[in-house]
Ligand binder design. Structure first.
Ligand SMILES: Nc1ncnc2c1ncn2[C@@H]1O[C@H](COP(=O)(O)OP(=O)(O)OP(=O)(O)O)[C@@H](O)[C@H]1O
Ligand SMILES: [Mg+2]
Length: 326
């Protein structure tokens, strides 16, 4: 069962596209990593998933409810199903550790006695039971992030969203925070979606990975699929541009039933449409069911060829263009 289903999400800022037709699912208890260059749209995506920002179009179904269109009053309630962890912890310096963790429970109106019990539980879980009455300034970066995590877990969320949760930490502390997140995922069955620019974090924590580039998903798969240097080079041609030049080749992503269907499909279409396709890459599709995402370079792509691709594949989308000589 999917906890989160994102369908054709679009978000623009003043005519500038930040997210374009983003679709993916996250199963309950899964750990999904999101990577991509600076400005690719990662934080924008996470803000939409957290209900802090609304997309212009598309659906964000959390446990079946669409956050993109939910009335504000209901969204406030649904947001309690989501915990957020930030790079710079965002703790209140004037509150003790315990009071920081208690904050979301206070806002939710939980009675004081229950709150204290829950806070004690959470501090135990993140290994800070002895630090309840300290202030954030007295703690290390790793300890601050543990408080951030405890606070995010306070209201028993179904989904934990982390934006660069370990980026401000040294490698050893990163290691211990990753171990804590993995533990929480295992013990509580919590679904985790995280952004990182550290490939090691992807390798350690992700089961599935999305690669964002200029607001689009350009690759998805397991960490092993994505992090293989050759595959990465194949997925993201370094000279990929968003606009066609004279005689440039289109890079197209197709989703097909199985890998075996892809080669005959391309061969048939080459003959029918006078186009030529070079296979760049295949990845298991996150849609599951044995579907495969195939990245091809198309020479002579016309509207009718694109229509034919869309008719024969489960999905077809131009993700960019490369110069003719490459
Ligand atoms: N509130 C906003 N107003 C205008 N433009 C925005 C806003 N938020 C994001 N953008 C633009 O949307 C694009 C994606 O930004 P985003 O912050 O999501 O990138 P990112 O992948 O998180 O980058 P980084 O790795 O640097 O954090 C950028 O071009 C950015 O300038
Ligand atoms: Mg960001």
């Amino acid at each position: 069962m999917n906890l989160l289903e994102v369908e054709r999400l679009n978000r623009a800022f003043g005519g500038q596209t930040a997210l374009h037709d983003i679709s993916f699912n996250v199963g309950k208890g899964q750990r999904l990593g999101i990577i991509g260059r600076s400005g690719a749209g990662k934080s924008t995506l996470l803000r939409c998933l957290s209900g802090l920002d609304r997309p212009q179009s598309g659906k964000i179904l959390l446990e079946g409810e669409d956050m993109a269109t939910l009335p504000e009053a209901r969204l406030v309630v649904l947001r309690r199903r989501i915990g957020l962890v930030f790079q710079h912890f965002n703790l209140l310096t004037s509150r003790t550790v315990a009071a920081n963790v208690a904050l979301p429970l206070e806002i939710a109106g939980m009675p004081k006695a229950l709150r204290s019990k829950r806070v004690a539980e959470l501090l135990e879980l993140v290994g800070l039971a002895d630090h309840a009455s300290k202030y954030p300034a007295m703690l290390s970066g790793g300890q601050k992030q543990r408080i951030g995590i405890a606070r995010a877990l306070a209201a028993h969320p179904a989904l934990l969203l982390c934006d660069e949760a370990t980026s401000a930490l040294d490698p050893e502390t990163t290691e211990s925070i990753l171990a804590l997140l993995a533990d929480i995922n295992q013990v509580l069955g919590l679904t985790i979606v995280f952004i990182t620019h550290e490939m090691d974090v992807v390798r350690r924590l992700a089961q599935q990975v999305l690669v964002l580039e200029k607001g689009r998903i350009v690759a998805r798969g397991t960490p092993a699929d994505i992090l293989d240097a050759n595959q990465m080079a194949a997925i993201l041609p370094p000279n990929l541009s968003q606009t066609p030049q004279d005689g440039s080749h289109a890079i197209v992503r197709l989703t097909v039933g199985t890998q075996a269907l892809c080669a005959p499909l391309l061969h048939t279409l080459e003959q029918q449409c006078q186009a030529r396709f070079a296979l760049l890459h295949t990845l298991p599709s996150p849609e599951g069911d044995g579907q495969v995402d195939v990245v091809v370079q198309a020479d002579g792509l016309s509207v009718s060829t694109m229509n034919a691709l869309q008719a024969h594949a489960c999905a077809a989308e131009v993700i960019g263009y490369v110069p003719a000589h490459s």
